[in-house]
Design a protein around this ligand. Sequence first.
Ligand code: 6GU
Length: 226
Amino acid sequence: MLHIDILTVLPDLLKGPFDHSILKRAQQKQLVELAIHNIRDFTTDKHKTTDDYQFGGGAGMVMMIEPIDNCLTNLKLNRTFDEVIYMTPDGEKLNQSIANQLSMKSNIAILCGHYKGVDERVRKHFITKEISIGDYVLSGGELAAAVLVDSIVRLIPGVISDETSALFDSFQDNMLAPPVYTRPEIYNEWQVPEILLSGHFKNIEEWRFNQAIERTKQRRPDLLND
Ligand code: 6GU
């Protein structure tokens, strides 16, 4: 079973996303174990300080190394991490391939950055992988970590009830997914494509494949070149 430890100064921000729908059921079915840890619990001073002014001056607080070291050291008593990931806008950009690889690991730790960032020595000595979720800046790594965890967990066999459905996701073959329709067949004179009602499974598959290629060509030609 995949076990994911998340280190954050804002644990409440992360509880919501993991407590609904697919992520909730995956935990109930014991296909994944998610544990959120408050870095503040691993401080040793009476003010429970997790960040401080940066050396050399400049605006913005920096997350201190000691509470993070204490938290990781404590977690390492129980497990050996395959990856210790730091969520940061200057990390490697998340894609389906990274999610696929991480879904096959056993133990992952995810450190959420906040404020101005984290003391560089944390990155140098504790972090094995740095991930960004795109070229824009978030206030902290928590929402990014929720995105990463969702992308990983839904790939674990058994998490999605229809076993094959994750295989047909957009990006899974470097291709976008084809359009989908449901009832009613006609709404405001807008018809569902005839072929989807035909019952010819082979023709439907072919139509979906062609639609996927067309959509990818139109919207994300860069994917076809990879
Ligand atoms: Cl991982 N963190 C923050 N703070 N901003 C981001 C990000 C991560 N990925 C994209 N923007």
